[in-house]
Design a binder for this molecule. Structure first.
Ligand SMILES: NC(=O)c1ccc[n+]([C@@H]2O[C@H](COP(=O)([O-])OP(=O)(O)OC[C@H]3O[C@@H](n4cnc5c(N)ncnc54)[C@H](OP(=O)(O)O)[C@@H]3O)[C@@H](O)[C@H]2O)c1
Length: 360
């Protein structure tokens, strides 16, 4: 349902939002929804049986919001809601959850995903047709976003590209420190930290497919934005082992287990890289000196060349930033015409000022 679609004029009522999964990001989204008068919490989907029946506000560390969390997908599909902020844990294989996303779209709810879907076209026409068909049935739109991917590897280079002509290469680099991330699922299961080398390599096929699936979307989005079509994408990964036992917020990284990895994805045309994304993930940046300090770097090689470099304090809280991106996108995505809507299709997504708020 697109209540704020241009043809029907701007929405005058609060947009009803479902939060799908209440991990670190989902809880931050709930707090943001509760703080914004233009948004209303309509539902909360949880996986953890211990969270079923708990109030969504309580789960997010706030006063009860009068919305009970459920693991019943049918109940969520039947809800009257404008938008789902879709932030489950990563799935075993890319698009294991495609049917769920399609069902949400077909049920009349716009979907903002933090799990890919930044440029679904990179996965070929079959996936695009399935998503477009679901959007058509529900009169809804789908938008994927985040901090990376979903901002630094794609939105930011495309934005910087406005200042250059004759662009020959676009490079984006992330170096992230996972030492403060609260989720073992993200740190261990997804990033692979704390796994023995043998276990890490055994899970490499799945990890490679998952990482490639999400980052190839950024590469193709940048290429499409610059008017290019990539021939292929090259993927490379190298990793480092922990030299000693140490603890991070999510758990223990034993000596000799995987402690850092550097992924490189290169979009090639005629065997020449034109878009490159490097993602360095460290379980604890203070202990792993390889591959530079945490932060981001974006370079657009052209006339002139543009470089943007940030240190590790570039954003005070990455999860909160990804959640804010989702929140700020809600009115724009709800107002968009039905269909897959990427950064290339949507008007600017902007933050909201709250000049009187001094804390929180
Ligand atoms: N692109 C970006 O920049 C960016 C940034 C941050 C996060 N993300 C993505 O957003 C998602 C959420 O991140 P997060 O930091 O909130 O992660 P998280 O803290 O690990 O939370 C993930 C949540 O997924 C749910 N879950 C549990 N079992 C599951 C299963 N079998 N299948 C699917 N979901 C399950 C749980 O929800 P309940 O606790 O409600 O049961 C869990 O809390 C992740 O996929 C992450 O990769 C992307």
């Amino acid at each position: 349902m697109n209540p704020a679609a241009p043809e029907s004029g701007p929405s005058t009522r609060a947009l009803r939002v479902v939060q799908w999964a209440t991990g670190a990001l989902g809880r931050s989204v709930i707090r943001g929804v509760l703080d914004r008068p233009d948004l209303e919490l309509a539902g909360v989907r949880v996986y953890d049986p211990a969270k079923v029946g708990v109030d969504g506000g309580t789960l997010a560390g706030r006063d009860p919001a009068g919305v009970t969390a459920t693991d019943d997908v049918t109940r969520i599909l039947e809800l009257d809601a404008d938008c789902v902020v879709y932030a489950p844990g990563p799935f075993a294989m890319p698009f294991d959850d495609l049917d769920t996303v399609c069902a949400l779209l077909a049920s009349g709810k716009n979907v903002i995903a933090t799990t890919g879907y930044v440029y679904p076209h990179s996965h070929g026409p079959r996936l695009v047709n399935q998503l477009e068909d679901a959007c058509k049935r529900g009169g809804t739109s789908l938008h994927g976003l985040g901090v990376n991917p979903g901002f630094m590897s794609d939105v930011m280079p495309l934005t910087l590209s406005r200042l250059a002509r004759q662009i020959t290469h676009v490079y984006a680099r992330e170096c992230s420190d996972f030492s403060g991330h609260p989720s073992w699922r993200m740190v261990h299961d997804m990033a692979g930290f704390g796994k023995s080398e043998e276990a890490y390599l055994a899970s490499m096929g799945v990890a490679r497919a998952a990482m490639r699936s999400i980052f190839c979307e950024s590469l193709h989005l940048v290429a499409a934005g610059l008017g290019l079509t990539l021939d292929e994408i090259d993927t490379d990964v190298v990793y480092r082992l922990a030299g000693e036992d140490f603890d991070v917020a999510a758990g223990r990284i034993p000596r000799g287990t995987v402690a850092a990895a550097r992924w490189t994805f290169s979009g090639l045309i005629d065997q020449r890289p034109v878009v490159t994304v490097e993602a360095v993930h460290k379980s604890d940046a203070a202990r792993i000196s390889d591959w530079g300090r945490p932060g981001y770097s974006v370079r657009v090689h052209g006339r002139p060349s543009i470089t943007l470099t940030t240190g590790e304090d570039w954003v005070s809280n990455g999860i909160s930033a990804a959640a804010a991106h989702a929140l700020n996108a809600i009115p724009v995505v709800c107002a968009a015409p039905a269909g897959i809507r990427t950064f290339l299709d949507l008007p600017p997504i902007l933050g909201r000022a709250s000049p009187r708020v001094t804390t929180g």
